[in-house]
Design a protein around this ligand. Structure first.
Ligand SMILES: NC(=O)c1ccc[n+]([C@@H]2O[C@H](COP(=O)([O-])OP(=O)(O)OC[C@H]3O[C@@H](n4cnc5c(N)ncnc54)[C@H](O)[C@@H]3O)[C@@H](O)[C@H]2O)c1
Length: 445
């Protein structure tokens, strides 16, 4: 059979990936065989700031995970993490320069957890994967699509695992709501809309303890213009993508999971309206369109930084009901049935949802008529699945299980890239004031 050019390229790419994966697996096996305790995975952390510490806490709860090194350019973060890890019996070597960490520790390491600011993820992740190390990289993959794509390419070329930190993808509550209730059971019928928001009250910029202020030379060496930008990197174009990327990426990622397709367009409005010292848009509202196998669906997303109203949560709206969910269950953890929908009691009897918590809507409340044809029930049916671990732990477990047992990653680089394409486009839509149309090929790195 003759192959056309595309088929040839695909076959060659697949063969290349297979070879890389086989090589990576051989290195992995050799490392495991050389270890005193092959069940133990040795890891390093690059970027020991706020999120690095949260991931550290989760890793410490997972059996067989041992920190052997950390890297951070700021001695405040270095000291904090080194001391914290010591309390739990993990003596780590501390590095300022990630290249030195890799050169010195790579033969002892299995994987690296990266929680540096977004603009450094690609440089850090690519260097680690090229040194034969698996990578868990925080979201957003990058503030640049080219850099995000380079991470996908490096993972394919080296055969190393690359997990992106959209941790809801491993959260059993979300898996139950999306894969069980929406996809498998069809509880809420065809999902025609989704809404999500992450709103925060007005806040001051982050500061720093004066005795830990970095000198201008050190800041410049690592590419930061000032301590203010170093601490508040999210707000500056060089280092991050603003709230829509920082916060929105977690939730916009879910829309693709719900519908199984990437968006076909996005429109957006936003501005640098309330924080004149920042570069990125402080309040953003956007609407995506999804051409799903079941018809057109739309998702509205907002991230506001001048009001905390409604905090953060997501609602997936189907013709038979809505699922409201949030990473913190107190903010969303229930299904609401449309009054015309089939009875949900059989689902409750099977344990798929809990029984309705409050009485359903009556046809009238005092003098106000309620239209039963169009109104959802007043009572919410709670979701029965609890996450009894810290929010990031299942996603890290998924990553470590992939290293140990070859189980699939819940958010491999390719999936993270698709989300990065959808999310980074919002900033372009705001800047241009134009609707952005996507091609399916835009989502392939
Ligand atoms: N998944 C989640 O829920 C979640 C939550 C918060 C943050 N994050 C992500 O985690 C990452 C870190 O965010 P954060 O809130 O911890 O920021 P942060 O500013 O608190 O911490 C960043 C750390 O990286 C260090 N750093 C900066 N440049 C470095 C370099 N070149 N080499 C080594 N270290 C460097 C800083 O000194 C700091 O200690 C970001 O990508 C962010 O989007 C994810």
């Amino acid at each position: 059979m003759e192959l056309n050019r595309t088929q040839f390229m695909q076959t060659a790419a697949a063969a290349g990936t297979l070879l890389a994966t086989t090589k990576a697996r051989a290195v992995e096996n050799a490392k495991l065989a050389a270890k005193k305790n092959p069940d133990q995975l040795n890891i390093a952390l690059i970027g020991a700031g706020a999120q690095g510490r949260i991931l550290t806490e989760s890793c410490l709860k997972i059996p067989g995970i041992r920190f052997i090194a950390i890297c951070d350019i700021w001695d405040y973060s270095q000291r904090y993490s080194q001391r914290y890890l010591k309390k739990y019996g993990h003596e780590v070597n501390v590095y300022e320069d990630y290249q030195e960490l890799i050169a010195t520790e790579k033969d002892k390491l299995d994987a690296v957890v990266i929680a540096s600011p977004d603009w450094m993820h690609a440089e850090h992740a690519n260097a680690c994967m090229n040194a034969g190390l698996h990578v868990y990289s925080e979201k957003e993959m990058s503030n640049s699509l080219e850099k995000a794509a380079s991470m996908v390419h490096t993972a394919a070329a080296t055969g190393q695992l690359l997990q992106i930190g959209h941790q809801r993808r491993s959260n059993p509550r979300y898996i139950h709501a999306i894969e069980k209730l929406i996809h498998e059971v069809g509880l809420i019928g065809t999902v025609t809309n989704a809404t999500a928001q992450w709103n925060r009250a007005k806040t001051e910029d982050l500061g720093w303890p004066k005795k830990y202020e970095m000198g201008a030379d050190t800041l410049a060496k690592y590419g930061y213009n000032s301590m203010t930008e170093f601490r508040n990197w999210r707000w500056y174009k060089k280092y991050g993508g603003g709230p829509i990327v920082d916060l929105g990426s977690h939730q916009i990622d879910l829309f693709e999971w719900i519908w199984g397709v990437n968006p076909k367009s996005v429109i957006a409005s936003g501005g640098v309206d309330y924080y004149p010292n920042h570069e990125w848009y402080d309040n953003v509202m956007c609407i995506y369109e999804y051409d799903t196998p079941d018809g057109m669906a739309r998702a509205y997303y907002e991230t506001l930084t001048t009001t905390g109203h409604r905090g953060f949560s997501e609602a997936f709206r189907g013709v038979n009901g809505t699922i409201e969910i949030a990473e913190v269950p107190q903010r969303g953890n229930s299904a609401l049935r449309e009054a015309h929908a089939p009875d949900w009691q059989p689902y409750a009897e099977k344990g798929l949802i809990n029984s309705v918590a409050a009485p359903i809507a009556k046809t009238t409340t005092k003098n106000v008529a309620v239209d039963v044809r169009v109104t959802a029930e007043a009572g919410a049916w709670p979701l029965p699945v609890e996450l009894t671990k810290p929010a990031h732990q299942p996603h890290l477990e998924n990553f470590f299980n992939a290293i140990r047992y070859g189980t699939p990653l819940n958010c491999p680089g390719e999936k993270g890239y698709e989300t990065a394409v959808a999310v980074l486009a919002v900033n372009r839509a705001v800047a241009s004031g134009q609707r952005i149309e996507f091609n399916p090929s835009d989502f392939h790195a």
